[in-house]
Design a protein around this ligand. Structure first.
Ligand code: PLP
Length: 404
């Protein structure tokens, strides 16, 4: 079947257009010919077909190959045209042949793990820190996988005959530790390397250009960009995408088409949002580094809109003290968010493992938004002052979540 030629999810990436251009055009190239400007939202769960023999062939072809079915969609768990536009756009931005979208970042990671495990490759090699729930999913063996934790230098030695995946996050959540993707990809040999690119986004880093085979995003973060849509996406070659589509069809973690629409819209401003927020984050990192209330600042060489820092004072008081900045988990929104990883985003990771990965009790993680940098700094400054002079005793209301 020639699904490749016509499918929205299998673009031939056009490397002649710049990323900022693709961000507003990829996945929408057919709109003008449809007489449309904005992408249509298709909320259908099913599609009429008077030719059940042809439908049977299309279903057989999907079962056999996992290629996006040709022609009209069959059923929303298999195929949705609005979601397919987002997939095509993201694949173009990441420079991969394909992308497969899921209901959340965790649904996307689950599908990857299940796809590898179902091929008999149950062993995963991973580098900490990872996002807390990713760490937990691997560490718990919930999906029948087994993990070996190592540092980048130990990857080659950790690989076994049944290793199906090497997983890293760079810059990592929440320490912003960076990994040399090219060096790690070399250590992986023939085992596919998955890079969680949620923090960098394709604006700052395209892991496949450095040898990664699978790129994972929590689309909930920068791709959506406005804190109002949850999704996940895996960008990869068409061969693995086909396996992921079959896994998605079998297990049901599909992205809702409204979310697909919002993610496509989010992509159109991705480059300007990431660049603007990164400029503010770099400036805030510079000021925090010079601030006597701050003991350590983590800011990636790559840049980006995330800044993590360790305070001398009481981190819970800083969180309680913000007024403009929102004290909330998650990241990548237009507004600035701050949270205490040891209490929230990485709470689910065993305390010893958490500390060993550099996620200490004084670490705060800030997702810098699009407010004026002086307003963010003014709010952060007054919140830091609340935390700075404080006695080491925790504030009463934070004690419950700060301790086990
Ligand atoms: C949030 C996050 C995830 C999980 O994504 P959800 O959309 O919340 O399921 C995975 N990786 C990283 C780096 C994240 O920040």
């Amino acid at each position: 079947m020639d699904a490749e030629a016509t499918s929205l999810t299998s673009p031939a990436p056009d490397r002649s257009r710049a990323l900022a251009t693709e961000a507003v055009h990829a996945g929408r190239d057919d709109l003008a010919s449809l007489g449309l400007h904005a992408a249509p939202i298709d909320l259908s769960t099913t599609y009429p077909s008077y030719d059940s023999r042809a439908e049977a062939e299309r279903i057989d072809a999907f079962a056999a190959t996992g290629a996006q079915p040709d022609g009209p969609p069959v059923y929303a768990r298999l195929d949705n045209p609005t979601t397919a536009r987002f997939e095509k756009a993201l694949a173009t931005l990441e420079g991969t042949g394909s992308a497969v979208a899921f209901a959340s970042g965790m649904a996307a990671l689950s599908a990857v793990l299940l796809a590898r495990a179902s091929a008999g490759l149950r062993h995963v090699v991973a580098v900490r820190p990872l996002y807390g729930c990713s760490d937990r999913l691997l560490g718990s063996g919930l999906l029948g996988t087994e993990v070996t934790w190592t540092d980048p230098a130990g990857i080659a030695d950790a690989i076994r005959p049944d290793t199906g995946l090497v997983m890293v996050e760079t810059p990592a959540n929440p320490t912003l530790a960076e990994i040399d993707i090219r060096a790690v990809a070399h250590s992986c040999g023939t085992v596919p390397l998955l890079v969680d690119n949620t923090f960098a986004t394709p604006v700052l880093q395209r892991p496949v250009e450095h040898g990664a085979r699978i790129v994972l995003h929590s689309a909930t973060k920068y791709l959506g960009g406005h804190g109002d849509v949850m999704g996940g996406v895996v960008a990869c070659d068409e061969e693995f995408a086909a396996t992921l589509r079959q896994m998605r069809f079998a297990t049901g973690g599909v992205l809702h088409p409204l979310a697909g629409y919002l993610l496509l819209r989010g992509l159109s401003t991705l480059a300007v949002r990431v660049r603007a927020a990164s400029a503010s984050a770099a400036e805030l990192a510079r000021r925090l580094t010079a601030d006597p209330r701050v003991s350590r600042v983590h800011y990636p060489e790559l840049g980006g809109a995330m800044v993590s820092f360790e305070v001398y004072g009481e981190p819970h008081r800083v969180i309680a003290g913000v007024r403009l900045i929102t004290p909330a988990v998650s990241l990548g929104s237009v507004d600035t968010l701050i949270q205490h990883p040891a209490s929230i985003s990485h709470r689910i990771v065993d305390e010893g493992d958490r500390r060993a990965a550099g996620v200490g009790d004084r670490l705060l993680r800030m997702s810098v938004g699009l407010e004026d940098v002086e307003d963010i700094w003014a709010d952060l400054c007054q919140a830091l002052s609340r935390g700075a002079g404080a006695a080491p005793a925790p504030v009463p209301h934070a004690a419950g979540q700060g301790r086990r």
